[in-house]
Design a protein. Structure first.
Length: 238
């Protein structure tokens, strides 16, 4: 805003400038994370500096970097996203879930919401870069499905008490992507109608599916039947 007021032409700063600054800040947050592991720092504090890496936000930052890397033809953004993905693979819990909180949490606890946010990044990474991230993606999706309750909600973790009715409704979104042509198949889309039917208070339809099943037990393949078609070469930004 200060720069805009100082502009001799008094014209609005183009929106692309704000996007550029945001991407640059994310880059700094990755480069200067206190844990120095390839993830993105949770915060910057004027008193203590950069915080440790935060798995959840790192996960949903990835699709933005991939998209902007493609639009701009910026290989640096794509490389950054891969570094984030590689880090997420290294910290995934044996169950397929991801922990809540920052990476320095003393006792990692699997959290539905955080796993769903990271699944956004794993899905984008699998579609963009191929099978290197597929196993991790499917493990996360399987864990989410296996811990979903009969009425479509997630109440397993400690955040569910106040999040299940709103924030935990967001994690299935990757399922819409996973079920699109050319992308991996997963059971998450099969559960979406039950979730959407009740998340705003509407009655849920009757269902015969037992609670907490995996992708494969619901009749969906555990892995994609065919390789994902690699993305086209980055387009030059106009």
């Amino acid at each position: 805003m200060a720069r805009e007021k100082e502009s001799p032409t008094a014209e609005d700063i183009p929106i692309t400038s704000f996007i550029d600054e945001g991407l640059a800040w994310i880059g700094r947050a990755q480069d200067h994370s206190r844990s120095a592991d390839g993830g993105v720092a949770r915060h910057f504090c004027l008193l203590s500096g950069w915080g440790p890496s935060y798995p959840e936000t790192t996960g949903y930052i990835i699709p933005t970097l991939i998209r902007e890397g493609r639009i701009r033809g910026d290989i640096n953004l794509l490389n950054r996203s891969r570094k984030m993905l590689d880090w997420l693979l290294s910290i995934q819990l044996p169950t397929g879930a991801f922990q809540g909180g920052t990476i320095d949490t003393a006792t990692p606890v699997p959290v539905t919401f955080n796993t769903g946010q990271i699944l956004l990044g794993l899905t984008a990474g699998t579609v963009e870069f191929g099978s290197a991230y597929e196993t991790s993606m499917m493990a996360s999706a399987d864990w989410l499905v296996s811990n979903q309750d009969r009425d479509g909600c997630w109440r397993l973790d400690r955040l569910a008490e106040f999040l299940w009715h709103a924030l935990n409704a967001h994690p299935p979104r990757p399922g819409l992507w996973l079920g699109t042509p050319g992308a991996p198949e997963c059971s998450v889309p099969a559960r979406i109608p039950f979730l959407c039917g009740g998340r705003h208070g509407a009655p849920l339809p009757p269902r015969s599916l037992p609670a907490r099943q995996s992708c494969s037990s619901l009749g969906y393949p555990s892995v994609r039947p065919a390789s994902i078609t690699p993305a086209a070469s980055p387009a030059k930004h106009p």
